[in-house]
Design a protein around this ligand. Sequence first.
Ligand code: HEM
Length: 307
Amino acid sequence: MTQAQKGICAEPNLHALFLTLTVVDDDVQAIRAKLARILDLFSHFDEEYYEAMVSGVIAIGTDYWYELYPDIIPKELAPFPAMDCDDRNAPHSPGDLFIQIKADRMDICHAIGTEIIELLKPHVDLFEEIKGFRYLDGRDLTGFVEGTENPRGMHKFEVAIVGDQDPDFAGGSYIHVQRYRHNMTKWQLLPVSNQEDVIGRTKTDNVEYASDKKAAFSHTKRTALKDEKGNSIEMLRQSMPYGDMSVQGLYFVSCANSPEPFTKMLKSMIFGDEEGNYDKLLDFTSAETGGAYFAPSTSFIKQQATD
Ligand code: HEM
């Protein structure tokens, strides 16, 4: 029985620590063993501080996957789809391992993070650490509620987790990560009604615009896509705001049973439709990092640790 990593479908938390690591040696056997120990760490903290709703995700960069587990490759494993059109970019940045730690207590995220770094220290450099936080009632720093249209209930698992289509990797998830930096000054100069047009929802009450009232450039129009059979293309977003007094933005994380939804939505945002209607949200925020990862099931990580 394969089991997905708990953090993939976890409910939103108050805090997160996102760690991006690059591997600096070729001791793959040690890394495989240590990834299994990180799963034990997550379980230990989850049991010890159950009220903090601890969860974790370990994901392997799609390039590094070929070194770490060269004999068995997820069917749809694909590099990060870097894109570039006019002044809208989705750059690819370094990242062999991505670790997402979430909890309702920042001290617990910190404690888990330091233990992970101690464990992996001889083998990795820390490329980036970002602390995510819940802002007001689940809002992005633009002031809009984020995550409303995420899949819920059992449907969430169907959307986020690989099933029978790739039996060797059932329980896994394709993860995409981008750190967006907002231009808050420019955004705040935009009248609220124009901000609402950009998102396609009202700001305070978070009411969706009627479909015929949504502008082609609105973020929700550009990302609510359908396939050729008319079925919704879906992903589960686990994004969180981050920032300090000088830099603010959204740490975007998506989980899906295929890398396709992310690639299609990003393309629709950056390149737009036939009339050139790109996602106007990108006039106010830009991606500074980007990575594609695969988060295998817990059983896969444990099995590979001992093989
Ligand atoms: C700074 C970056 C971003 C911000 C601030 C942002 C913010 C938002 C907000 C406020 C909503 C409306 C509420 C909701 O349903 O969550 C939304 C919806 C959505 N976003 Fe984003 N988003 C960002 C980037 C992205 C990216 C990169 C993707 C995909 C590649 C994406 C995919 C979606 C999807 C699928 C929806 C739901 C659309 C619908 O069905 O109505 N977002 N986002």
